[in-house]
Unconditional design. Structure first.
Length: 440
């Protein structure tokens, strides 16, 4: 089945599921220890981002806001930006701060890079051994995936601009250390699974962003104004001396390419690690790179996944699926659906990327209204974030929550959807939904 991609020309979204780029940037920064995003835009935007992230992960999300007032719109906001950054660094003492410009910042012509450069010049001592960066992530383009990827690139670009290897000589790469660039579609549970798989081959792994240690559950008491997990800054510098980079998700290729250009680190992009074939390729790469064998644990997991594939085959036969997901996530989901025997897929995405060429099925850049029209032609299963659940229920279609946000389910951030174990879990969950209409 060939890809059929269309872009809707409607002037507005009727029932949107798009998540803002700014939220994606804030999410990426949660994967760095003692980091703090600062949103430059209306106060309501910051509150909305913080609320949705907290409801999805059921964790507190640190976020500061440089609220835009009438005075700033007329005379510029550089003075306010400097005042807020001064408070942030002196009071909270973060290791990494990213000032994120919203659509409003861009619309009023605020010189955000100039304001941040000016602050750096006047506070060199305060910013010693810290990272301060800025980027525009307007809502009128892209989505969560693109904002997340751009924030990752911005952090690595700042690392490259300031990196100085010890002794002034070119850093030597450590072949037994691998950089893992984890895409926005991966849950903290997915990232933890990948870390365990890579480590099982005797390899050290540095993850960016590492949500597995920041948004996978904390029992720490009290409020913290900074991210409580993720990769530490002193460990982040070590990415420059790693022997290789693995990028999971096509959106992370620009970040991997930057590491290649700046530090000469080779890389490989895995568009997905879901389904049998893709997981086999991932394990085959790790086996060849590390020159170690696959542990018996994963051989057994593969056998179990194959058994689940056989057990659930009757539930999938002849079924039609509609889905609304980010591009990288759609590629991943379509891969294991195809292996399960579901060939009829229609989907909408919030924005288009080259990764969609890997999708077998009908893909439209649109909203949940478009997906509802697709479902009207016949569908057995609806896959999307929680924004689409009521539409699926009204249409009488069984619903499986995926993507961001999932607001009315416990444990979704900790679920595993990749590797052999993730494949088995997905097959069983999907089979239960199709066979019994059970809520996942």
């Amino acid at each position: 089945m060939e890809l059929s991609f269309e872009k809707q020309d409607r002037p507005l979204a009727i029932n949107p599921f798009r998540v803002s780029q700014s939220l994606g940037g804030v999410l990426a920064l949660q994967g760095i220890f003692r980091s703090l995003p600062v949103l430059h835009g209306p106060q309501g935007c910051a509150e909305s981002i913080q609320t949705v992230l907290s409801r999805h992960f059921r964790e507190p999300i640190p976020l500061q806001n440089i609220a835009m007032q009438e005075y700033n719109l007329i005379f510029g906001g550089e003075k306010t930006i400097h005042e807020v950054l001064q408070i942030v660094f002196t009071k909270h003492k973060p290791d990494v701060v990213a000032v994120v410009g919203s659509s409003m910042t861009e619309a009023v012509g605020e010189d955000l890079p100039g304001a941040v450069r000016s602050f750096r010049r006047h506070h060199e001592k305060l910013l010693q051994d810290k990272i301060l960066l800025e980027l525009y992530l307007p809502d009128h383009e892209g989505s969560l995936e693109s904002g997340y990827a751009q924030m990752t690139v911005a952090v690595l670009r700042e690392l490259a601009s300031r990196y100085r290897p010890g002794g002034g000589s070119k850093a030597r790469h450590k072949d037994r250390r691998i950089n893992l660039l984890a895409g926005s579609h991966l849950t903290p549970g997915d990232v933890m699974e990948l870390k365990e798989i890579i480590s099982s081959f005797g390899l050290e792994v540095i993850v960016l962003p590492d949500l597995s240690s920041s948004l996978a559950g904390h029992l720490l008491a009290g409020h913290m104004s900074l991210s409580r997990g993720g990769v530490p800054l002193d460990y982040l510098w070590e990415m420059a001396t790693s022997g290789f980079t693995l990028a999971v998700g096509s959106s992370m290729e620009p970040a991997a390419r930057l590491l290649k250009e700046e530090f000469g680190i080779g890389y490989q992009v895995f568009p997905n690690i879901s389904g049998l074939e893709a997981t086999d390729e991932f394990f085959d790469f790790l086996q060849r790179y590390s020159r170690n064998t696959v542990q018996m644990k994963y051989r057994w997991q593969r056998q179990f996944a194959l058994d689940c594939l056989l057990d659930t085959r009757a539930a999938f036969r002849g079924k039609r699926v509609v889905a609304a997901l980010e591009p990288d996530h759609l590629v991943s989901v379509q891969t294991w659906l195809w292996e399960a025997g579901i060939k009829a897929l229609s989907a909408v995405v919030p924005f288009s990327t080259p990764a969609l060429e890997l999708v077998k099925g009908e893909v439209v850049e649109g909203d949940l209204h478009d997906l509802q029209l697709m479902a009207g032609r016949g569908a057995d299963l609806w896959i999307s974030n929680s924004y689409g659940e009521h539409v699926a229920r009204e249409s009488g279609i069984r619903f499986m929550p995926m993507g961001f946000p999932v607001l009315n389910r416990y444990g979704s951030p900790y679920s595993v959807s990749l590797g052999y174990r993730g494949m088995a879990d997905l097959l069983n969950n999907l089979g239960n939904v199709l066979m019994n209409g059970e809520r996942v």
